[in-house]
Design a protein around this ligand. Structure first.
Ligand SMILES: [Zn+2]
Length: 217
């Protein structure tokens, strides 16, 4: 069941109010149209009827794909609502992959990754490797990079795009190579939270010395 309601929203440009339809949950396999609008981000695009400005409005949303068994919780807050927390245990038992995505960009990318049936931890490793290769090949510095995007996985090869402004450079990474990297220390990459976040910050944090490790030095 896809649940939507209309909320009163104050336009950040003109300060006037208008009604915005927001969804609490989307069940992708029930409504391909809503799935498409999530993937394109259109579901979050609004147009102010007063000043005609168009922009994105992000709000908490539970996205469920029963066929591919994953649930995404779009929310920038770390704190999970009780309803979502209670859902977690049941879903994990049923074999679902759960993720929280703090941003809209991560949300749409994660749908793509899970629809390709790829382990998103491998994607973050591949993105990091692409960035290192980009810098090592003197294509630019880390500061030039505006985004690192997952494109797709085909025939065992993952395609990552490193973007600098309006330019992009593609990197093709064999899945077996990143799997090997992950399997060297699988415990490092274990996910423990109910709705874990798997993004660049997650990966970087894994390699940060923890406070108790620091004191040993
Ligand atoms: Zn407005």
């Amino acid at each position: 069941m896809n649940e939507s309601r209309t909320i009163s929203y104050t336009c950040p440009y003109c300060g006037r109010e208008f009604g915005v339809e927001v969804f609490d949950s989307v069940i992708a396999d029930d409504s391909p149209d809503l799935r498409d609008r999530c993937l394109s981000g259109d579901l979050f695009r609004v147009s102010c009827p007063h000043c005609k400005q168009e922009y994105m409005v992000q709000y908490p949303l539970v996205y469920i794909d029963r066929a591919r068994r994953f649930v995404l919780f779009l929310n920038e807050n770390e704190e999970l609502p009780m309803m979502v927390k209670n859902l977690a245990e049941t879903l994990v038992k049923a074999g679902y992959r759960l993720r929280r995505t703090p941003t809209l960009a991560e949300f749409t990318e994660k749908i793509q990754i899970f629809e390709d049936d790829v382990d998103d931890r491998l994607v973050e490793l591949a993105k990091y490797d692409s960035l290192i290769e980009f810098i090592d090949n003197k294509k630019g510095s880390a500061a030039d990079v505006t985004a690192i995007d997952y494109q797709r996985t085909e025939n065992g090869v993952m395609k990552i795009n490193v973007r600098t402004g309006d330019k992009g450079m593609s990197f093709l990474i064999p899945l077996t190579m990143i799997e090997e990297e992950l399997n060297m220390s699988p415990e490092r990459y274990e996910l423990n939270a109910d709705f874990p976040v798997v993004n660049a910050a997650w990966l970087i944090d894994l390699f940060e010395p923890k406070p108790d490790e620091k004191s040993l030095n």
